[in-house]
Design a protein around this ligand. Structure first.
Ligand code: IPM
Ligand code: MG
Length: 374
């Protein structure tokens, strides 16, 4: 049996609440004899700041670099509103992304039929939605220099962020988008703002060239990012794969998340380039929802996005696609049975807490795997 090295970084807010349910699923996988896990756990975000005065320690970074996959909960909360910018909780996540070169962020937005009524949009617009946002994650305005607030000396200050994209960064994210599209419906929509941004002009040109040279058997569309945002709520099922930059991807993926009924449903994968020798990609898996400090520790958080993030880790990093599909099936079945956490609750359903949802998924895993053996 293969043993996989995982680093768990639960973080702040509801991060630890939902990570507890993931640990139970990992234990289930081991007990079922499907794989073994060597688990390390460390601090990130506000929790790391409280312990070390840094949003992530060098030791935790070393564990992350050595792991087969990192499972990340969430960071941030009002408690750390006033800590210095460089060590704010989010800096821990940004350092992981940057130092591990996790340039490709995959954010699938799938609307389970059973949840179509939890979306703020009409059922027919979102039912059976299945799109994938491929967000560039290590470039753009998040990391471009200069990034500072300067004093103009006349009583005025100036805040500066810099949007930068180089050819190779656009090429490699375009390739990931088309590789993903090949396993889906073969269509990529690229979003930028070439009507006002030079980086958008370059983005558009490079995506067009990579498509023509390497992926011309598939379909490519371009959309201005603002029009794309509008189309995402107007007719989201027109999309298959959306490829976009770091900042637009941040915004567009929150929109896509709400189409599915709740932010509590959306997993994500952040991948680096394949290693030249082993082919292994560095990777981090995290729910798209944040730390939700208002419900942290209340036992009401939805663990589905975190458990689905584990499923993505099994599929993309651990070569355990069958187990990933089993977990996804268990989640869909639990939703079909009307079991709901508060964020996706509608009248007549059975309301459960974080642990109740985790337990329901485990018991469904039991039934599904008995079915397989029989
Ligand atoms: C996300 C989050 C992060 C981002 C924050 C926590 C830094 O919003 O992963 O979407 O802006 O990328
Ligand atoms: Mg975001």
């Amino acid at each position: 049996m293969t043993t996989h090295k995982l680093l768990l970084l639960p973080g702040d807010g509801i991060g630890p609440d939902v990570m507890t349910e993931v640990k139970s699923v990992l234990a289930w996988i081991e007990k079922a004899g499907l794989a073994g896990f060597e688990l390390e756990e460390d601090l990130v975000g506000g929790a790391a700041f409280d312990a070390h005065g840094k949003a992530i320690s060098d030791d935790a970074m070393a564990l992350a670099q050595a792991a087969d996959a990192v499972l990340f909960g969430a960071v941030g909360g009002p408690k750390w509103d006033d800590v210095p910018y460089d060590v704010r909780p989010e800096a821990g996540l940004l350092r992981l992304r940057k130092d591990m070169e996790l340039f490709a962020n995959l954010r699938p937005a799938i609307c389970y039929g059973a949840l179509a009524d939890s979306s703020s949009l009409k059922r027919e617009i979102v039912e059976d939605l299945d799109i994938l946002i491929v967000r560039e994650l290590t470039g753009g305005v998040y990391f471009g220099e200069p990034k500072e607030i300067i004093d103009l000396g006349n009583g005025q200050q100036r805040g500066i962020d810099t949007q930068i994209y180089d050819t190779y960064e656009i090429e490699r994210i375009t390739r990931v988008a088309f590789d993903m599209a090949r396993t889906r419906n073969g269509k990529v929509t690229s979003m930028e703002k070439r009507n006002v941004m030079k980086s958008g002009v370059l983005w558009n040109q490079i995506v067009t060239r990579v498509h023509a040279e390497e992926f011309s058997d598939m379909e490519l569309d371009h959309m201005l990012a603002d029009a794309g945002a509008m189309q995402l709520v107007r007719r989201p099922k027109q999309f298959d794969v959306i490829v976009t930059d770091n900042l637009f991807g941040d915004v567009l993926s929150d929109i896509a998340a709400m189409l599915t009924g709740s932010l509590g449903m959306l997993p994500s994968a952040s991948l680096g380039a394949p290693d030249a020798l082993t082919g292994r990609r560095k990777s981090l898996y995290e729910p798209v929802h944040g730390s939700a400090p208002d419900i942290a520790g209340s036992g009401n958080a939805n663990p589905i996005a975190m458990i689905s993030s584990l499923a993505m880790a099994l599929r993309y990093s651990l070569d355990m696609g069958d187990t990933a599909s089993l977990i996804e099936k268990a989640i869909a079945n639990v939703l079909d049975q009307g079991i709901r956490t508060a964020d996706i609750y509608t009248d007549g359903m059975t309301k459960v807490g974080t642990h109740g949802m985790g337990a329901a998924i485990l018991s469904e895993l039991d039934s599904l795997s008995e079915g397989t053996e029989a």
